[in-house]
Design a protein around this ligand. Structure first.
Ligand code: SF4
Ligand code: SF4
Length: 93
């Protein structure tokens, strides 16, 4: 199956590769496999798949990532409808 892509070239995700310490937290929390770790540095390999949930930026220990948090992911919307609390760690919900 092809990767999900929302809109082309509109994602606000930014990476300051100089700051990255290669901890891997962003890879762990990103639900859309936007990043890859190579030689102890993270790279953005699939920017258009980012849904701007903010989880990577929130969990990066050195503020190497920034993103304008979007309106909310489908999981957050469903959790709200079901009266459940989301525990994904992003800022969208
Ligand atoms: S904002 Fe969310 S979807 Fe986008 S790269 Fe970060 S964790 Fe992944
Ligand atoms: S969370 Fe931050 S420091 Fe850790 S790998 Fe990702 S960008 Fe690098």
């Amino acid at each position: 199956m092809e990767r999900l892509v929302y809109f082309k070239d509109v994602v606000t995700l930014k990476l300051d590769a100089e700051k990255c310490v290669g901890c891997g937290m962003c890879l762990e929390v990103c639900p859309h496999a936007v990043f890859e770790l190579e030689n102890k540095k993270v790279w953005i390999i699939n920017r258009d798949a980012c849904m701007e949930c903010g989880a990577c930026a929130q969990n990066c220990p050195v503020e190497a990532l920034s993103v304008e948090v979007g309106e909310g992911c489908a999981v957050a919307i469903l959790n709200e409808m079901l009266g459940r609390e989301c525990t994904c760690g992003s800022e969208c919900c």
